[in-house]
Design a protein around this ligand. Structure first.
Ligand SMILES: [Zn+2]
Ligand SMILES: [Zn+2]
Length: 436
């Protein structure tokens, strides 16, 4: 790689963009403006993946040179930050533990982005042919499904999970525990909250008589069902189901159980969505303390709860506090989960909202444009979070005088929201209100 020439070309591009009159007018970089046109043009297929810049660096395992895109592989930084995929696979194979495929042996953090997916695929290649109730097969399937969903291959994951669910239903019957687990996993990969809700309603109805309504297994599935109801915009029904489930979880599983904590966080969000910010705020503040104690300060679950707290603080008017919390959470999430992880993207949207509220509209626009671009790639055009990000970008554009583009984007988003969520969904109603 002729690095001197590459640097010279980069500098030239940089100068050209600085001189771009339009970008000076808008206070946006040319790159952002270009992404904006892409963001507004409907299909995500238009978003070209960034051309990786290759750098000369050495693999920390075999010490041979690496030609890789300098994206994060884990939380390792500096000269120890890169390793060949085949070297990482060798390390994972030698450890003979499931965790070795998921976590870096140096920094102990989970692998992120393409590395995470490539290792998950390698693990699946190795264990996928074992009997499908073997722990290694199940762990590999679980890791591959999660990795696919978090790296922009949601449709592929949904297809595999749908096939798996149909097969188990056929072979074991719909009340078998493994069929029900498959239903739960499929539900989490589905784009449509309505399909998710009806699948989980059936699954919970099948599980309750077999395992008992208060069994940990049934409770976990009821939790997934309640999140689906919330995503359908039925906030009061969801709140009721979360409250009822949470009571049982506290007595049966304990206050610090992973399900209990997740259910509390979702209940708080459901309350927030139905306008009860005061109660949501108290619950989430406590949740952050509990999550830090149970999972650790930078665990994905803790970061997720912090993001929720930030959003509720923002809705309740504590803008500066919200912005600081969201900004710290975003940095941590980027480091721990990677820049394209769905939770990092969700946090980046909330951070942009906080910046907009603080009148830092140029910053907010830059973040929204690149976040929308990544969400379309990772989550898909018709994901609820992607549509909410598009709506937010439309609002900020409209309010900062880029009215035509804003109205155009809001109109397109309203159309997608109406077809995906229905005209009466609260998120759709917020979009048509923004357009009015
Ligand atoms: Zn190597
Ligand atoms: Zn590492």
């Amino acid at each position: 790689m002729g690095s001197a020439a590459a640097v010279a070309i980069e500098v030239a591009v940089e100068k050209a963009s600085r001189n771009d009159l339009q970008s000076v007018l808008f206070g946006l970089s040319a790159e952002s403006l270009e992404k904006l046109s892409t963001a507004i043009a409907e299909p995500a297929q238009l978003a070209q993946p960034d051309v990786p810049k290759t750098v000369s660096i050495v693999c920390r395992i075999c010490l041979e040179p690496v030609d890789v895109a300098p994206g994060p592989q884990c939380a390792c930084r500096g000269s120890a930050s890169f390793a060949h995929l085949h070297c990482l696979i060798k390390v994972a194979e030698s450890k003979q533990t499931i965790e070795a495929w998921r976590r870096c042996t140096v920094c102990k953090e989970c692998y992120v982005g393409p590395t995470r997916l490539n290792l998950a695929r390698a693990m699946w290649d190795k264990y996928g042919s074992m009997p499908d109730d073997h722990p290694a097969h199940m762990a590999a399937a679980d890791m591959l499904m999660t990795a696919l969903q978090e790296t922009g291959h949601r449709a592929e994951a949904a297809r595999m999970l749908r096939e798996n669910y149909a097969r188990l239903k056929e072979q074991l019957g719909e009340k078998h525990m493994r069929t029900l687990v498959a239903a739960n996993n499929l539900a989490n990969a589905l784009e449509s909250p309505f399909e998710k809700a009806s699948l989980m309603q059936e699954a919970v109805a099948s599980a309750s008589p077999v395992f008992g309504a208060e069994h940990e297994f049934t409770l976990g599935m009821t939790y997934t069902w309640a999140t689906a109801i919330k995503d359908c915009g039925r906030y009061e029904d969801a709140t009721r189901l979360f409250e009822q489930t949470l009571q049982i979880m506290i007595t049966r599983l304990g206050a610090d159980h992973e399900y209990t904590l997740a259910c509390t966080a979702e209940l708080a969000l459901s309350l927030h969505k139905s306008g009860n910010n005061a109660r949501a705020l108290g619950m989430l503040k406590q949740q952050v303390v509990d999550s830090k104690r149970v999972f650790g300060p930078e665990h994905p679950n803790t970061l997720d709860v912090q993001e929720s707290l930030g959003s509720v603080l923002l809705a309740e008017g504590s803008t500066a506090e919200a912005k600081d919390l969201l900004s710290n959470t975003f940095q941590a999430s980027k480091r721990v989960q990677g820049p394209d992880h769905p939770n990092t993207l969700k946090c980046s949207l909330s951070l942009a909202r906080a910046l907009h509220k603080q009148n830092c509209s140029t910053n907010a626009l830059e973040i929204l444009i690149s976040t929308l671009d990544s969400m379309k790639r990772v989550l898909g055009n018709e994901d609820c979070t992607t549509m909410c990000c598009a709506r937010e970008l439309g609002i900020v554009l409209k309010e900062t005088g880029v009215t035509d583009k804003g109205v155009e984007l809001l109109g397109a988003t309203l159309k997608t929201m109406t077809s995906q969520l229905g005209a009466e969904h609260p998120e759709t109603l917020m979009c048509s209100k923004a357009l009015a």
